[in-house]
Design a protein around this ligand. Structure first.
Ligand SMILES: Nc1ncnc2c1ncn2[C@@H]1O[C@H](COP(=O)(O)OP(=O)(O)OP(=O)(O)O)[C@@H](O)[C@H]1O
Ligand SMILES: [Mg+2]
Length: 249
């Protein structure tokens, strides 16, 4: 099936955003493109868009059940997510439960060290400036958010972290960190947008310590798509699997 979509509004590194016939809604197409290292490392991984879309849909639905405002409206077919159209806030909001990645490179933390309470970090989402870390004062001076917005984003991100971490731990996965993006809907409410997937999260198998996320690609290891499929297999329940097959085609 090929879905009817409107004009292409925006093409990012991993997703396309299309107009729909509803002015407040967009169709987000999850592509198979994968990038790392500030866009330096690039590839295409068959079915990645498929898995990321069903994994994101599952997480958005779970969060909505717990009262988090999300962009998610529908997944008319895997790969395509119907979303609330948002005016994106150029922040990469990161929550960390375990030290990994750039935190370990930039600060004297040990990889795998527990961070309790969890840390919230915000980076300025701007390719030209290479997404630098910022603080509340810089974000406010840039005019992208108010202090109230920052307080709200922080509170909601901690709530999202708690919900997802509990859920994933119940499935045997550790949740070291994740990155999310927020936007404003037409009423001005701050709503969770973008995606929550192995491209934007770290997932570690608690028993085997297997990495099940984009770090495999960053490190040039094999089994990237198998890891993404495994995340879908772990988090989807029987009802989900009736709608979204784990083995398309
Ligand atoms: N609900 C939404 N409404 C409008 N735009 C959205 C929504 N959710 C996500 N976006 C934006 O869609 C774009 C495409 O996503 P993708 O992840 O491919 O881009 P990116 O490469 O991370 O970002 P960019 O190209 O903007 O630097 C991103 O700019 C993202 O902020
Ligand atoms: Mg992105």
């Amino acid at each position: 099936m090929k879905l009817e979509v409107g004009k292409l509004l925006y093409q990012g590194k991993a997703k396309d955003v299309y107009e729909t016939d509803h002015p407040d809604q967009v169709m987000v197409k999850f592509r198979d493109d994968i990038t790392a290292g500030d866009g330096q490392k690039k590839d295409k991984i068959g079915k990645k868009g498929y898995y990321n879309s069903i994994i994101s849909a599952k997480f958005f639905l779970l969060l909505a059940e717990e009262g988090v405002e999300t962009q998610y409206l529908d997944l008319p077919e895997p790969g395509y997510m119907l979303c609330k159209k948002l005016e994106m806030i150029p922040l990469e909001v990161i929550a960390r439960n375990v030290a990994a990645g750039s935190l370990v490179r930039r600060f004297p933390f040990q990889e795998g060290q527990e961070l309790d309470p969890p840390l919230i970090q915000m980076d300025f989402k701007n390719d030209e400036y290479h997404d630098p870390m910022l603080n509340d004062d810089i974000a406010k001076a840039l005019g992208i958010v108010t202090q109230d917005d920052l307080d709200y984003i922080r509170r909601v991100t901690l709530k999202i972290n708690k919900i997802l971490k509990n859920f994933l731990e119940s499935k045997g996965l550790m949740f070291p960190d994740f990155k999310i993006e927020y936007g404003r809907d037409k009423e001005g409410n701050i709503v969770l947008g973008d995606e929550i997937s192995p491209d934007t999260c770290r997932f570690w198998d608690r028993e085997t310590c297997d990495i099940l996320d984009k770090d495999l690609f960053r490190k040039g290891e094999s089994g990237v798509i198998e890891a993404y499929r495994r995340v879908a297999e772990i988090i989807l329940d029987e009802d989900d699997l009736e709608k979204w097959s784990l083995d398309p085609e």
